[in-house]
Design a binder for this molecule. Structure first.
Ligand code: SF4
Length: 264
């Protein structure tokens, strides 16, 4: 495992996100996913492909990943191969997240009923599934997804937050807020930051990242740049810049060895 060198900075996980992370996982997880997860995590806990940034463990796949939201490329369509977070990922909610949405449910109902023909009835907790644990998916996509006339899929909650002068983090589930990043709470309060990638996607019972256009295109910008604001929101100002430094260093090493891709 590598470290940042002389002056390690103190980065800490946002306290709201830490509380969110400490909520227990539901017990109905698929056994095969758990097996994948356990094997993958064991490697990470042993330091394989992990760098230490301050006190945060960062999977090197975060440094390598290229990501950007490309709504026009991942909208649902019959027989499609491409997948999208808003159409294909189940979003579980914590009690706190449900409470946040319940606090604005009348405003949400008013906002969506004018814009979403899918919603026949926007009453009560209309955005939850039957079990009341995840966001429901009328028409095979998230209740809060917006499919515009140009075939782009987006999130209604962005416009809703702006209209009601809320921050995105006050309303959007954290699973979505940080996608495709993933956080894992380890022993002794340690946090592992990783990203959906080919080595771990089976652990989350989801599709290969190759099927998400926002992750699969090598011409996309480095994730540490495109998600700089989210990374700083998660761990404090300067965290994204610190990751970029690490990334630059790894790129430099690769170039010296003659195996880099030449992009930055
Ligand atoms: S809440 Fe928004 S970002 Fe999350 S899945 Fe639904 S539409 Fe997408």
């Amino acid at each position: 495992m590598k470290t940042t060198g002389k002056r390690p900075k103190t980065f800490r996980l946002n306290s709201k996100v830490r509380r969110w992370l400490q909520v227990e996982e539901p017990e109905d997880a698929d056994d095969s996913c758990e097996d994948y997860f356990d094997r993958w995590l064991e490697q990470k806990e042993n330091g394989k492909g992990v760098v230490e940034v301050g006190s945060i463990l960062v999977d090197q796949s975060v440094l390598i990943a290229r990501f950007d939201c490309v709504p026009e490329r991942c909208a649902p369509a019959r027989g499609r191969r491409r997948r999208s977070c808003c159409a294909d990922v189940y979003v579980p909610l914590t009690v706190a997240e449900k409470r946040r949405l319940a606090g604005v449910r009348n405003e949400l109902a008013a906002h969506l009923s004018r814009r979403e023909p899918r919603l026949k009835c926007a009453e009560g907790r209309f955005y939850l599934d039957e079990e009341g644990e995840t966001l429901c998916r009328p028409g095979g996509r998230c209740v809060f997804s917006l499919l515009d006339g140009r075939g782009r899929i987006r999130c209604h909650l962005h416009g809703f937050a702006k209209k009601h002068k809320l921050s995105q983090s006050d309303i959007q589930p954290y699973t979505c807020r940080i996608f495709p990043l993933l956080l894992i709470s380890l022993e002794h309060g340690k946090i592992l930051l990783t990203v959906l990638d080919k080595s771990n996607y089976k652990s989350w019972n989801t599709y290969s990242p190759q099927r998400f256009p926002c992750l699969a295109d090598p011409s996309l910008p480095p994730l540490v740049q495109s998600m700089a604001k989210t990374l700083d929101w998660l761990f404090g100002k300067g965290f994204a810049r610190e990751l970029s430094r690490f990334r630059g260093r790894d790129e430099g090493v690769k170039r010296e060895r003659g195996c880099g891709d030449g992009r930055s």
